[in-house]
Design a protein around this ligand. Structure first.
Ligand code: DX5
Ligand code: ZN
Length: 221
């Protein structure tokens, strides 16, 4: 049985009070802080960079999981490692040399992940399983919070779960987009162990009530 982790995405937090928001969500039971980096080039939105990662770092002890939606990828990796990121993941389409980028992340002391959009095939996983600590399956198209979960993602999650189990390695299987208490159990049953949720948590007045509701759904899986 896997350990389930809840990873609130600060994309839906109040950016004017970010330190307080991350402390609050960790006190409410978050296991990881999910940090969405968008560049208005790889995705049609612009968010936050290493300076903001560095600013929230002293506020929380839990891992900061940086999801890079940027192209190119490599130049910014050392900056995020220096800013206190623990996990850094990127989209294979955004790197010319996937193996090199994974190694670069690891060389900077961070865990490395690959992210797959809803329509991106999984073939780039085949030769790099030994360099992965995390696989992130997008259940929305990246760029915005508050979108609806794309059910087709469940099949992909199940497929990745088989690949991870066959590898015999400890690789986190994270899912991102449209996750809430109502569908988290189905996502867990498909094989995920780490759940990103932005609007479902930061959009609500009581973060602990939402995280507790998610955990009780997961306890029944
Ligand atoms: C989307 C981001 C997500 C987003 C999830 O591109 O990668 O992490 O914040 O937001 P919700 O949970 O609202 O779909
Ligand atoms: Zn994300």
């Amino acid at each position: 049985m896997s350990t389930y982790r809840i990873a609130p995405s600060i994309l839906s937090a109040d950016f004017a009070r970010l330190g307080e928001e991350v402390r609050h969500v960790v006190a409410a039971g978050a296991d990881i802080i999910h940090f969405d980096v968008m560049d208005n080039h790889y995705v049609p939105n612009l968010t936050i960079g290493p300076l903001v990662c560095e600013a929230i770092r002293p506020h929380v002890q839990v891992p900061i999981d940086v999801h890079l939606m940027v192209k190119p990828v490599d130049r910014i990796i050392p900056d995020f490692a220096k800013a206190g990121a623990n996990i850094i993941s990127f989209h294979p389409e955004a790197s010319e040399h996937i193996d090199r980028t994974l190694q670069l992340i690891r060389d900077h002391g961070c865990k490395a992940g690959l992210v797959f959009n809803p329509a991106t095939p999984l073939h780039s996983l085949e030769h790099v399983m030994d360099k992965l600590d995390l696989i992130l399956i997008m259940s929305v198209n990246p760029g915005f919070g508050g979108q609806s979960f794309i059910p087709e993602a469940l099949k992909k999650i199940a497929k990745v779960r088989e690949m991870i189990d066959a590898s015999g390695r400890e690789i986190m299987l994270e899912v991102d987009g449209g996750i809430k208490a109502e569908n988290i159990a189905a996502v867990a049953r498909a094989g995920a162990d780490t759940f990103v949720a932005g609007s479902a948590i930061f959009g609500k007045p009581d973060y602990k009530a939402v995280i507790d509701a998610m955990r009780s759904q997961l306890a029944a899986v």
